[in-house]
Design a protein around this ligand. Structure first.
Ligand SMILES: C[S@@+](CC[C@H](N)C(=O)[O-])C[C@H]1O[C@@H](n2cnc3c(N)ncnc32)[C@H](O)[C@@H]1O
Length: 266
């Protein structure tokens, strides 16, 4: 069990039957750090039986993306800014989304701002293998969000290959984001690995709704990073073109720069 405890957090075991009926008792995520005791089934989620029209927004977020894209091309903006801008074009208030590698919490925080509104229906499911990462994420959310927004974040100490076990039954999500590699400032041996990244991608393929997005930042400068990118690329290349639109953004003269990959589900 994690040692992380604070007064505002409630810890649930992920296999608690009333909350997570689909979670296997055999492969259960370790712990959930949860900001709320409210039902997690009352939000704006899409059941797998339902279809969802593509909702790529054309305003007002696209101007932001254009600026960020130009900035990226001219070396002034970072890959994470590109990712966040693209997410904003896809994610709506009230959506459910997954941060598959929450790390220090910056992506989780960005997602939370995208889904939060007064309906309180949005959810960010944030996963990481390391307790220190979950603690960092929770600290960032604590200091950056109001109480209502905090309730929309649910943190799980588990591998992203098990993301389906932390979702309420039969729901799909608008976004699954992977920011691969190791925790900045943390233990560099605790790194994402090709095998589990592939399992995570296969799970993401199943839980993303039509009109949703799988987003990846793949770091190729560390041992195993290039191989992991090849795994991601092979997975994306196999997705059927009538159901998925897949692309990558790669700096040609900076071979160690992160590669951005977007898999958009039609
Ligand atoms: C580059 S960091 C993520 C940065 C983070 N998104 C942020 O905004 O700060 C990668 C994270 O992936 C986590 N990780 C590694 N393998 C994982 C796995 N199989 N499942 C979930 N998280 C994993 C690491 O512990 C690390 O915190």
């Amino acid at each position: 069990m994690s040692k992380i405890l604070t007064p505002i957090s409630t810890i649930f075991f992920a296999h608690k039957p009333s909350l997570f009926p689909t979670i296997s008792p055999f492969i259960n995520p370790k712990i959930i750090f949860k900001f709320t005791t409210k039902s997690i089934n009352n939000h704006n989620l899409i059941t797998r039986a339902q279809t969802q029209s593509p909702i790529v927004n054309d305003s007002p977020t696209l101007p932001d993306l254009e600026d960020v894209m130009l900035g990226y091309m001219f070396g002034k903006k970072k890959a994470t800014q590109i990712a966040h801008s693209v997410w904003k074009c896809v994610v709506q208030k009230g959506d459910a989304v997954i941060d598959a590698t929450c790390g220090n919490g910056y992506d989780t925080l960005a997602m939370l701002k995208m889904v939060a509104d007064r309906s309180q229906k949005g959810r960010v499911y944030a996963l990481d293998l390391q307790d220190v990462a979950l603690q960092n994420t929770r600290s960032l959310l604590d200091e950056s969000l109001d109480d209502n927004e905090k309730e929309l974040a649910e943190l799980f100490a588990t591998c992203h290959s098990k993301m389906e076990e932390v979702l309420p039954r039969n729901i799909t999500v608008r976004l699954v984001a992977f920011n691969l590699g190791y925790l900045p400032g943390g233990d560099k041996t605790m790194i994402t690995k090709s095998e589990t990244t592939l399992l995570g991608l296969e799970a993401a393929e199943r839980v993303v709704a039509p009109g949703g997005l799988i987003s990846l930042l793949v770091y190729v400068g560390h041992p195993g990073g290039r191989e992991e990118f090849e795994t991601v690329q092979a997975f994306a290349s196999r997705l059927p073109v009538d159901k998925w639109s897949c692309c990558k953004l790669e700096m040609l003269n900076k071979p160690l720069a992160p590669i951005i990959v977007f898999l958009f589900k039609r």
